[in-house]
Design a protein around this ligand. Structure first.
Ligand SMILES: [Zn+2]
Length: 396
């Protein structure tokens, strides 16, 4: 009964949440290593396929016959795979969640990338994006590090692609010198597979590298918010010989992408007349909003995840300092459009975690801490700004 998957099994058998995570990790690695890989596949992919095969045998389901076969599965919603997966929670996978997507069906989806991050079971642990930049946070929490941190975060968000010269210049900036060694690791040489005619093209909206669709020939961006299937018209091109660097994938996805929403919200709220501070006290949370008339302070964390369940697994309670009176998890509108139960799933999973929390209360959501979409949040800010009925005097 020799079985390649045998050492992976526990007494309870294969846990399919882990299988999905391994497959997702393998697909993300695959997307970064064009042209196509050969056997043996990367370790996570091979282990994921072994576990999937084991589950197929145990449930008398169709077997995945190698990678090419699995790539067909990966383009279909996980819920429609011809195999019954043993997933812990009913909301974990939405009806449309697939691992690969995009017009060519060969790009890891947001859900796929979210699966690669194992949420910490420790409620007090740093949130995902904070774990990604934990060393940077530690360096910046020294006296005077706040400006360095803000400059670092803005660079990652606004310039995810840099030439060798650009990266050198960034590292030389006085406020970034402390993090020069980090920046060298955060930016990696751009994959040559993305170059067309000796040039890399940049997305005019998010400034990331775009890729050419092998089916339609148009340029596409991994952020589906930038353009749909009709393609992108790049206006900036960088020659391969300039040594082009691209922000690491997980920083693009979990720091830079929500960062764009954070900066957009900052600009919108400032236009309304509230005082906004980004990443106060070296990233205690994302935005700190002070209302001019009352001095009331609101804390905001912007979360841009496709899968509300995994997001609810990953969030941590708001830091209490710097002080706030109300706190909000804010989601981009695009998430509401794609999943109408998003808020319900997020709230229910948070409540489950709070009810089951061991080692003290876990305050994810309560009277003072809410979850909502960005337009609803902005409306709350506007209401808060409106002078009270019948009493228009300032300095109340
Ligand atoms: Zn883009």
């Amino acid at each position: 009964m020799a079985n390649a998957a045998a050492p992976l099994l526990t007494q309870e058998g294969v846990d399919d949440d882990t299988t999905l995570r391994l497959l997702a990790t393998g697909l993300v690695q695959l997307a970064d290593t064009l042209p196509p890989v050969r056997v043996p596949y990367s370790d996570p992919l091979q282990r994921g396929l072994n576990r999937l095969a084991w589950r197929s045998v145990r449930t008398n389901s169709p077997l995945v016959e190698g990678l090419a076969d699995f790539l067909v599965w990966a383009r279909r919603p996980i819920a429609s795979w011809p195999i019954s997966l043993n997933l812990g929670e009913r909301d974990a996978i939405g009806p449309d969640d697939a691992l690969l997507g995009g017009p060519d069906g060969d790009r890891p989806t947001d859900v796929c990338e979210e699966l690669t991050l194992k949420p910490s079971p420790d409620a007090e642990a740093e949130s995902v994006e904070k774990r990604l930049i934990l060393d940077v946070l530690n360096l910046c929490r020294r006296p005077g590090g706040e400006r360095t941190y803000t400059a670092y975060r803005r660079l990652l968000i606004t310039q995810p692609v840099l030439t060798e010269d650009g990266l050198f210049t960034a590292c030389e900036q006085p406020e970034l010198q402390l993090l020069a060694n980090h920046l060298r690791l955060d930016y990696q040489l751009a994959p040559l597979a993305l170059a067309v005619d000796g040039q890399f093209a940049l997305c005019p909206k998010c400034q990331n590298l775009v890729y050419r669709s092998s089916i339609q020939g148009v340029f596409l961006c991994d952020d589906s918010a930038c353009a749909g299937a009709q393609g992108i018209i790049p206006i900036t091109f960088l020659p391969v010989r300039a040594q082009v660097y691209w922000l690491r994938r997980e920083l693009r996805r979990f720091v830079a992408r929500p960062g764009r929403a954070e900066i957009a919200l900052e600009e919108r709220l400032q236009a309304l007349g509230v005082d906004v501070e980004l990443w106060p006290a070296v990233d205690a949370y994302d935005l700190r909003i002070t209302f001019p008339r009352t001095g009331e302070v609101w804390a905001v964390d912007v979360k841009d995840w496709a899968n509300a369940y995994y997001l609810a697994n990953a969030v941590t309670p708001f830091r209490r300092e710097p002080r706030w009176t109300r706190a909000f998890f804010v989601f981009p509108e695009a998430r509401r459009d794609r999943q109408d139960r998003y808020l319900t799933i997020f709230t229910r999973r948070c409540q489950q975690r709070m009810a089951r929390a061991a080692g003290g209360p876990l305050n994810l959501l309560d009277d003072r801490c809410q979850a909502l979409f960005v337009e609803d949040f902005v409306r709350q800010v506007e209401r808060q700004l409106a002078p009270p009925q019948g009493r228009r005097r300032a300095n109340a």
